[in-house]
Design a protein around this ligand. Structure first.
Ligand SMILES: [Zn+2]
Length: 282
């Protein structure tokens, strides 16, 4: 197995617990305004989580404890209006923050984004319409007071696959991507499907190719809004490229010596490609 993702980061420890009362000084805040995160910009330009003293905690909705960064407890929550936005904080989208925060901050923001999405979208019971409540702060779950239906945060598994054929690799392009950028075949796992079957189906549906030697390489939480990307490599086993399902703008074989613009470094797609190139060049 190639070592692809995630990078180890001892700074961040995820945790589910009650919000402390009172919230002690030094607690960090990983909060959102809309879907942007509120970050403090240091003099050197890096973005970090503000201390709770910079924000009126009473104004925050959906408050949760999500873990500890460098030993300091991290809370998440939602600021309902920009009127209460402190001048010291900058709203930054999760995607655009990736190049400006540390790996620990990124992991915390990824979890916060998923916890807040879950909390906002499970206020009422899907069975009877009654209100849902967190009954045990040490567990990330809610229960309906009326019918006892329980909900947990959703995860949507997706496979993402580097298809190789000797020194060539298969790269694909979606119309929504920046001009010239190529990536890997990816898609959601369907109910009743194994990860390996999903890899074979997605590669065939998107490109018309058959693959074998489907091998797990690593995984990455991808909080847009709650995917778990499961990375594989697979060997071309037959067929010619044909864009079958209309999702792709292009798919083609690239020699490892002449590659196009690749996905950004934070993504598992890029990690899979970098690991493949590293192994080829050994
Ligand atoms: Zn109910």
């Amino acid at each position: 197995m190639l070592s692809v993702f995630p990078p180890d980061d001892d700074r961040w420890q995820p945790r589910c617990a009650a919000v402390p009362e009172p919230v002690p000084p030094g607690t960090l805040l990983c909060a959102q305004l809309g879907h942007d995160f509120l970050l403090h910009r240091n003099i050197d330009g890096t973005l970090v989580f503000p201390d709770v003293s910079q924000v009126n905690l009473a104004a925050l909705l959906h408050l949760h404890t999500i873990g500890a960064l460098d030993g300091a407890t991290v809370l998440t929550g939602v600021l309902p209006s920009s009127e209460a936005l402190p001048a010291t904080l900058t709203p930054v989208s999760l995607r655009s923050s990736a190049a400006q925060v540390g790996a620990g901050e990124w992991s915390a923001m990824s979890l916060a984004s998923q916890v807040l999405h879950w909390d906002r979208t499970t206020r009422f019971c899907g069975e009877c319409g009654g209100p849902m409540r967190v009954t045990d702060p040490a567990q990330r779950s809610k229960r309906c007071e009326g019918c006892e239906h329980s909900v947990f945060p959703r995860l949507a598994p997706c496979t993402i696959t580097l298809v190789h054929d000797g020194d060539r690799l298969l790269l694909t392009r979606q119309p929504s991507w920046p001009p010239g950028r190529y990536g890997l075949v990816a898609g959601f796992v369907e109910p009743g499907e194994t990860l390996e079957a999903c890899v074979r189906r997605e590669v065939y549906e998107e490109t018309g190719l058959a693959v074998d030697d489907v091998t797990y390489q690593g995984s990455q939480p991808w909080p847009f809004p709650h995917q778990l990307m499961v990375g594989f490599t697979a060997r071309h086993a037959g067929g010619d490229i044909a864009l079958r399902d209309g999702e792709l703008e292009d798919a083609r074989w690239f020699d490892t010596l002449s590659l196009p613009m690749l996905p950004p470094p934070l993504s598992i797609a890029r990690s899979l490609i970098d690991a493949f190139l590293l192994q080829r060049n050994k």
